[in-house]
Design a protein around this ligand. Sequence first.
Ligand SMILES: *Cc1c(COP(=O)(O)O)cnc(C)c1O
Length: 359
Amino acid sequence: MITAEAVIDLQALRHNYQILQACSPNSKLIAVIKGDGYGHGAINIAHALPEAEMFAVSRIEEAVSLRSEGITKPILLLEGCFCAEDLVIAAEQGMQTVIHHPEQLAAIETTPLNKPIKVWIKVDTGMHRLGVHPAEVSDYVTRLQSCSHVYGEPCFMSHFSCADETDADTTLNQLQCFNALTQNYPGEKSIANSAGILYWPDSHLDRVRSGIALYGISPKGDEPCERELTPVMTLRSKLIAVRDHYCGEPIGYGETWSSSRDTRIGVVAMGYGDGYPRLAPEGTPVFVNGRIVPIVGRVSMDMLTVDLGPGAEDKAGDPVVLWGKELPIEQVSQHIGTIAYELMIKLTKRVYKRYLHPS
Ligand SMILES: *Cc1c(COP(=O)(O)O)cnc(C)c1O
């Protein structure tokens, strides 16, 4: 019997893609599938999106594995290449690279490449994590324009730090900075992530980069997703025991919870060995037989326990949903004090992935 499984609805994925494309009708959509497609399986996600023109990942290993599985579309390396060998592989395999610091610029100029490579200059417009300082952008452009290893015009990207906060000025300041720096150059421009696509239409420019919203999750993290985005992943498992539990009895490691009444406890085959956070507090919601029940006691490696309530009639073998359409992951992640991105990406190999609606 399969217990812990992530059911991935590829029809929901395509639906979300259409919605995001409709939100940014004049821009091309880059599907961000780093981190093994946010835990959904990058190769399956890529194959399920024939309409996507371009993918983006963070590390060259991710891009190479997509190529080896027959993904031939352009792949953008969001942080660029970290050494000359990687640059040679990227050029050979038709990837596009980002440069955000002087060593990467020098590597493009000096590394012999069999094929020219398309280059995106990442500009620091205020996130101050990666990016070329605004004052240095024109120098980068001039050098790249005269470099025979570069395919076409240099393109431009930047990244928002607070686009999920729709009442902050930061995003408009970043956008203004980006536009002022790049508007006189012909290369493509891209700054919007999922939050940019949904909340900041002026930020769409030539290409938008969607990660979290593609998987049907709100970038704001505190509310079920708006605009009809549908969660792609449902994390499911089963009850493996239902037990009588008497008033005053503790449960699990450390005896962190004791019942204040006679009740029924469900033991779910899901634990930190599957990637479900050990620090999920008492009260974290779990969906069982049509209702939400709270986690009680500590999450252990292979199991967690829920209070099903007095007289509950649930049975061993009954299905349980940890997050998905029945229980928004936004609610779960808020309870745990993290974001949906982290919950999904930390699922371990033990969780079986089942794909629905492959085409
Ligand atoms: C991860 C990432 C994205 C996608 O962000 P979401 O919030 O998941 O849409 C876009 N751009 C860059 C540079 C990223 O690293």
